[in-house]
Write a protein that binds this ligand. Structure first.
Ligand code: OGA
Ligand code: MN
Length: 275
């Protein structure tokens, strides 16, 4: 398999994939396997100024795996991330500003997300990534032992409350209709690697005092997302990024939501529950 040329983006996470264009992504037989290997190794893959269109994005993503469908959108394989008034999910996207795992509340979380920048913010609107594999590896032996049996309750309410601290009864009711999921703090992947599972959906730790559990989760998050461990991507129109949703947390950086910013996201279905 010919190796794809790459360039490191940050110390612990991310590479830029060089020398590929849309044509190669759609036709080269060796590309899907090589990209999935790179994704496992580096967690974030950047394709600068690729300018892939929706149709090609869907075709390319299908070469990597099965895609999630979002029936509310014009093309069900493409979720449009924007605050335009007619965007059916606009109310929820503000919570992308908090460190999270996509689909943490799903029975099987997404394997990877693919995001293309169609309209970039004039200021801000970067996306940040931090490895949760590196977060586990950086624990002390004592912590690894203590955390091995801890379980964390994740809820939609926990992440939405960060955006809407004073929700309406309708919001509370809608949030409560979503799945609640109890997940281990340490994910032992089928590959044998371990990662930490935290982020804005984490509500509390089972069996610990609520405040004590939240303090621990906040501490783990702040250690994992220290400046020198984060890759912050400043978008140019046409950039595409793929992230390994099983081994990192990510968040959007603030921008003026009254001004346009539109990203097109495709989601590769996961194959492994968090356990
Ligand atoms: C997402 C997401 C971040 C961004 O699409 O899942 O978190 O910067 N997006 O738009
Ligand atoms: Mn996300």
């Amino acid at each position: 398999m010919p190796t794809l040329a790459t360039k490191k983006l940050a110390d612990t996470i991310g590479v830029e994939v060089l020398d590929v264009d849309v044509e190669r992504l759609l036709t080269d037989e060796t590309v899907p396997g090589a990209l999935l290997d790179l994704l496992e190794q580096h967690s974030v893959l950047l394709f600068r100024q690729l300018h892939i269109d929706d149709d090609a994005q869907v075709k390319f993503c299908r070469r990597l795996g099965e895609l999630a469908l979002f029936p509310k959108y014009r093309i069900p394989e493409i979720m449009e991330i924007s605050f335009e008034p007619d965007n059916p999910n606009r109310e929820y996207f503000a919570s992308n500003d908090y460190w999270h795992i996509d689909g943490a509340l799903d029975e099987i979380p997404a394997k990877a997300s693919v995001l293309s920048a169609r309209v970039t913010a004039a200021e801000g609107g970067e996306t940040e990534f931090a490895s949760t594999y590196a977060a586990y590896d950086a624990l002390t032996d004592e912590e690894k032992e203590r955390f091995a049996t801890l379980r964390v309750v994740h809820t939609f309410e926990a992440i939405q409350r960060l955006t809407y601290p004073d929700p309406t009864p309708e919001q509370i009711q809608e949030w409560a209709s979503r799945a609640v999921r109890e997940l281990p703090l340490v994910w032992e992947h089928d590959s044998g690697r371990r990662s930490l599972v935290f982020g804005a959906t984490a509500s509390h730790i089972v069996g610990l005092d609520v405040d004590e559990g939240r303090k621990l989760l906040a501490d783990l998050e702040s250690r994992a997302t220290a400046d020198d461990l984060v890759y912050r991507h400043q978008w140019s129109e046409g950039d595409m990024v793929i992230w390994d949703n099983t081994g990192l947390v990510h968040r959007a950086c603030p921008f003026d939501r009254g001004k346009p910013r539109r990203m097109h996201r495709s989601t590769l279905l996961g194959t492994e529950a968090i356990s």
